[in-house]
Design a protein around this ligand. Structure first.
Ligand SMILES: [Zn+2]
Ligand SMILES: [Zn+2]
Length: 156
């Protein structure tokens, strides 16, 4: 995902793009929908401040019941590109502040798009907050069916 510097006017720019998961090297089994990206770029002398808001849908497996489910994902990320003669020695994609060189055509914001999207994936993936999971005895999916265990030790 790249921003062409020549396409930016001085001052405030705002636009939207849609990018395939493939183009972002996202895991194809999880990401099957395009990623919608809202961008703003504030271009001033020797400096471009970019904000990115990325949205898509992920296909996950519930940690509790094992069913497939879809979840909407979305988050923001921002980065400032500063024009320099050479990049800083320890600069990495995804840093808050990065360099671009005189004569450079494009700003690569792939790392920022991925950060915005992937940081919104919860640590615990549940099909719903109140997923009841599987019965450890009979394996019934308690969201869909009653437990089939013959004896309920706790029932007295
Ligand atoms: Zn579940
Ligand atoms: Zn059971």
């Amino acid at each position: 995902m790249k921003i062409r510097l020549a396409s930016l006017k001085d001052g405030h720019n705002r636009w939207q793009e849609s990018v395939s998961p493939d183009e972002l090297d996202l895991e194809p089994s999880v990401y099957r929908h395009d990623v919608t990206i809202d961008l703003t770029a504030d271009k001033r002398l020797g400096k471009v401040a970019v904000t990115i808001s990325a949205r898509s849908v992920g296909n996950f497996v519930c940690d509790r019941c094992g069913e497939d489910f879809q979840k909407e994902l979305g988050g923001d990320c921002s980065v400032v590109f500063v024009q320099r003669d050479r990049p800083l020695p320890d600069e990495m994609p995804g840093d808050d502040m990065r360099s671009f060189l005189v004569g450079q055509d494009e700003l690569d914001v792939t790392a920022e798009v991925l950060d915005a999207l992937l940081l919104s994936v919860p640590m615990k993936l549940l099909c719903s907050e109140d997923c009841r999971g599987l019965c450890p005895g009979c394996g019934a999916n308690l969201n869909l069916e009653p437990c089939r265990c013959p004896v309920h030790i706790d029932d007295h």
